[in-house]
Ligand binder design. Structure first.
Ligand code: AMP
Ligand code: MN
Ligand code: MN
Ligand code: MN
Length: 283
């Protein structure tokens, strides 16, 4: 079961991706994906469209989202898979998590104006597909379009990150709450791209321990947001903590993403694939 081209992490125009859910489904199918999930940031507004498009293509589907969490003052992402997208705990929890984004964006714009970049809020809004979900990615696209940076990687090196112009600290959901919403809605919680967090080894251990204590069941091991050299460490940690392993490209855009849907190596055979926990949730 580990030899399955599952892609359980990507983004549509419902959050900060540039393709509609239907176009992502078609791209996943064309790339040979055998099990797919759309995991928009703090949003499930694209789930019914993604599932319908996948079903029309004969592509097995799991519901998905990527919840923004603040853990030990660092932003951590928790992917939820296989939950009921109409469950009130999930619907209300995600709505509350999205709630502060508008004000945050206004503050980001004010900070950028002080750094000599005016009207960034209006500029970012032109890239937003869902008014409830304005993100740093939309600001990054505006900064590229307006010639401030050459590409979005340069944006995140020079702006919008801690200590750089345009960074506004934000308090997202609590780890225990995010895991609880996913579980109450019948899904499995997954630590997204663990190598991407600015945690000391002690804090990383605490993240895995607390996640597990809250009922979290899996971790992304093979992801487009990890370098291949990072897969082994998180495969070991999955086994050490008794977590299943997930696999996903974190695809956002044909122009920006270096990792396409369905293009990653398979999970190692020693891991328990997260889809084994979700067999009865595949649609
Ligand atoms: P937000 O949820 O508004 O804080 O935006 C987070 C999004 O910004 C992530 O999901 C990525 O799509 C993007 N992002 C953050 N850091 C980087 C980075 N270093 N390079 C490229 N994209 C990034
Ligand atoms: Mn994103
Ligand atoms: Mn993420
Ligand atoms: Mn993501």
């Amino acid at each position: 079961m580990s030899i399955l081209n599952a892609d359980l992490h990507c983004h549509s125009t419902v959050s900060d991706g540039t393709l509609e859910p239907e176009a992502l489904a078609a791209r996943a199918k064309a790339n040979g994906v055998e099990l797919w999930s759309l995991t928009d940031h703090d949003e499930i507004g694209g789930q019914h469209r993604a599932r319908a498009a996948a079903q029309a293509l004969g592509l097995p589907y799991l519901t998905g989202t990527e919840v923004s969490v603040t853990f030990a003052d660092v932003t951590v992402h928790i992917v939820g898979l296989g939950f009921d997208p109409d469950h009130p705990a999930m619907v209300q929890g995600l709505a509350a998590t999205r709630g502060g984004r508008g004000e945050r964006a206004q503050e980001m714009s004010a900070q950028l104006a002080l750094a000599g970049i005016p009207n960034a809020y209006e500029g970012a809004l032109r890239y937003v597909g869902n008014p409830e979900l304005i993100s740093r990615t939309h600001f990054a696209r505006f900064l590229v379009e307006s010639g401030v940076c050459r590409d979005t990687n340069e944006v995140f090196r020079k702006y919008l990150t801690e200590g750089k112009p345009g960074f506004v600290p934000h308090r997202w959901a609590k780890l225990g709450d995010a895991v609880r919403w996913i579980r109450e809605a019948g899904g499995v919680a997954v630590i997204a791209h663990p190598a991407r967090y600015d945690h000391s080894p002690t804090r990383e251990y605490a993240l895995f321990s607390e996640f597990k204590a809250h009922g979290g069941q899996a971790v992304e091991v093979v992801t487009g947001s990890h370098a291949p050299s990072e897969y082994g460490k998180y495969a070991d940690m999955a086994i050490e903590f008794g977590l299943a392993a997930s696999r996903g490209s974190d695809f956002h855009s044909p122009e920006e993403s270096h990792c396409d849907l369905g293009s990653l190596p398979f999970l190692e055979g020693r891991l328990t694939p997260v889809w084994e926990l979700l067999a009865d949730r595949i649609q």
